[in-house]
Design a protein around this ligand. Structure first.
Ligand code: SF4
Length: 469
């Protein structure tokens, strides 16, 4: 039993998907750990994994099989880099052996040991998987079910792990009322709650790590040319966008690059293009198994960093050294509200649950940094989600590339527009509250056909005529 923290929403991990890559990786890690704790590891001869529903339908494109093998091999999703993945997966594919631990190397042939149950949707969640450890006599030693519920969250077994809600009953109104009563900002209130879990120094260190990881993914994204993996032959666009925007200006490291942007021209047109380039850079990295931060998911990992980048390097608004901390506290709090009261899983709610939520998170946080009241912060989140309601998830070829990468640019721009609108408005005139829009999102999620919920069975995924890559 654990309260949700902003650090549950923001997690460092490997792309391309928090639900289809990070979740299965962590589930495989957890299964391996259970085997060790139950002292069964040395008896295991092979492991059979079954993927169900959305995990089966789009798992190939999202690297679910790769994530499972890395997790079963004991790699940490935070510390592993792209070359570790390539080397380990090549070895397993060639030898059909997987090192479960230092003492036991098991038989594991991905084409035999991973079964893809395309038409089998388990009741609790569309992203389900089971692991069975089998001994040399063919007997099952243990079988466990895991569900990847979006944003890198996993639930084990058939009973959902219960979280104590972080916000008492978990509504935006309650959070807003507390801030109004205490006459404080939303970030102050969230900080006071996080301090119960971590000393402030730790909070600051963790937030710095998150922002550093985001900045690194941005810089790698604008520096890496070539094509994304998976067979769609999508060209990385961020480096070209970056060169055009810099118009020949030279730099030799990240600090110089940032300085060029900060001191460069910030017309509306150029600012708009920079925000798109930054969001695209992050999500091209994500699509290429790069290290990113869930915000709240991997597919939507570009929106929150692009909007903070806008504030720090492109906007003329005043800056303070507290801004990065406040931005993560507010955006994380909005992510928790959606996670607690609706969903951040595209397999449950379509893309409104990913890009829509990330846009609401960024809009709210930017609004506080730009001087908005807590009511305007809530209003910004509401506006951003209101205009993502019904957004489907239909990735072509099951890859987190089209429409996902561009969609992060659009989510970031909508977040900034929502923030500007809220800052210019009186929230007491608003007809729709954040809680009502969260409720609408949840109802829309429930009504949405499963073809549009990360199965690649509808929309763009079938209309453009590429179903497999
Ligand atoms: S369409 Fe949206 S929800 Fe679906 S994988 Fe892409 S970014 Fe994620």
């Amino acid at each position: 039993m654990k309260d949700l923290s902003i650090f549950d929403i923001f997690k460092i991990g490997i792309g391309p998907s928090s639900s289809h890559t990070m979740g299965p990786w962590l589930a495989a890690n957890a299964f391996r750990q259970d085997l060790n704790e139950l002292k069964l590891s040395h008896l295991v001869s092979t492991i059979q994994v079954s993927l169900y529903g959305s995990l089966a339908l789009t798992g190939k494109g999202h690297g679910t099989d790769i994530a499972l093998m890395m997790g079963l091999s004991g790699f940490s999703i935070i510390e592993t880099n792209r070359s570790d993945i390539t080397n380990s997966i090549n070895e397993i594919n060639q030898t059909h052996k997987l090192a479960l631990n230092n003492e036991n190397t098991i038989i594991f042939n991905p084409s035999m040991n991973i079964s893809w149950e395309f038409d089998n949707f388990l009741d609790y969640h569309s992203n389900a998987m089971s692991f069975s450890a089998i001994d040399s006599a063919g007997e099952t030693l243990i079988q466990e079910y895991y569900y990847s519920t979006g944003g890198g969250f996993i639930d084990k077994g058939k009973i959902r792990e219960q979280h104590d809600t972080f916000f008492i009953k978990g509504t935006g109104k309650e959070l807003l009322d507390i801030c109004i009563r205490k006459n404080i900002n939303i970030s102050d209130e969230i900080l006071s709650r996080e301090i119960v879990n971590f000393p402030q120094e730790t909070i600051d260190t963790k937030i710095s790590e998150l922002w550093e990881t985001m900045l690194s993914s941005i810089y790698r994204g604008i520096s890496t040319t070539g094509f994304l993996p998976g067979g769609l032959n999508v060209k990385r666009r961020a480096p070209e966008l970056n060169s055009k925007l810099l118009n020949g200006a030279r730099y030799s490291n990240r600090a110089e690059w940032l300085n060029l942007i900060y001191t460069g021209e910030h017309s509306f047109d150029l600012t708009l293009q920079w925000i798109s380039a930054i969001a695209i850079a992050v999500n091209e990295e994500n699509a290429d198994f790069g290290k990113v931060v869930t915000a709240p998911t991997n597919g939507a990992a570009g929106v929150v960093p692009a909007v903070l980048f806008y504030h720090l390097y492109l906007s003329s608004s005043p800056k303070s050294k507290e801004d990065i901390r406040r931005y993560f506290l507010v955006s994380g709090a909005i992510g928790i509200l959606f996670k607690e009261n609706a969903t951040i899983s595209a397999a449950m709610g379509g893309c409104q649950a990913e890009i829509g939520v990330s846009s609401a998170m960024a809009a709210a946080a930017l609004t506080e940094l730009h001087g908005g009241t807590p009511a305007q912060v809530m209003m910004a989140a509401e506006i951003a989600m209101e205009h993502h309601l019904g957004l489907t998830c239909d990735p072509i070829g099951g890859l987190v590339q089209i429409p996902c990468i561009e969609r992060n640019s659009i989510g970031a721009i909508k977040a900034i527009t929502a923030s500007k609108l809220a800052l210019a408005s009186d929230p007491s005139d608003a007809k729709v509250s954040l809680d009502e829009v969260i409720d609408s999102m949840q109802k829309t999620a429930k009504a949405m056909h499963s073809d549009y919920k990360e199965t690649s069975k509808g929309g763009l995924a079938i209309t453009v005529g590429i179903t497999e890559c």
